[in-house]
Design a protein around this ligand. Structure first.
Ligand code: SF4
Length: 135
């Protein structure tokens, strides 16, 4: 396990997005970056649950002058994920703990659409199996 002080900022709702990520996204640069982050996160790292721009947002074309153009929408997603998973903003936890809780409290009981059913990628995520599901 990597050190807690080297935690990676991650928006809580990205714990859901990464479960379904299949290489599609806003731009090629963004998806390539997201793929790299996913590989990094899978290496047993700590994440800081950040309601705001995170390491994935840093390559997003929707980030204008450090602010997401859909900030209110995604902030709501983040807060709902924190609530359902019993987690706190700015808490530092292992990435695996986030994925286990997201799977157990949101994805497996099929509550994801209640949180982000209005997202433009909803159809893709609806058609995919969560990669956090234990076989
Ligand atoms: S529908 Fe959008 S916000 Fe929800 S998991 Fe998929 S990409 Fe993320």
């Amino acid at each position: 396990m990597k050190e807690k002080q080297n935690s990676i900022c991650l928006r809580p709702h990205h714990g859901m997005c990464l479960a379904y990520f299949e290489g599609k996204g806003y731009t090629q640069g963004f998806t390539a970056h997201m793929g790299k982050i996913l590989e990094l996160l899978k290496k047993d790292v700590y994440v800081k649950l950040t309601v705001g721009g995170d390491t994935i947002c840093s390559a997003c074309p929707n980030l204008k002058e450090q602010t997401c153009i859909t900030e209110n929408l995604v902030e709501e997603y983040d807060r709902k994920v924190l609530l359902l998973c019993g987690l706190q903003e700015n808490e530092i936890i292992p990435f695996t703990e986030l994925t286990e809780k997201v799977e157990k409290f949101i994805l497996h009981p099929e509550k994801r659409k209640e949180i982000c059913g209005n997202c433009q990628w909803n159809e893709i995520c609806s058609s995919r199996k969560s990669r956090w599901t234990k076989e």
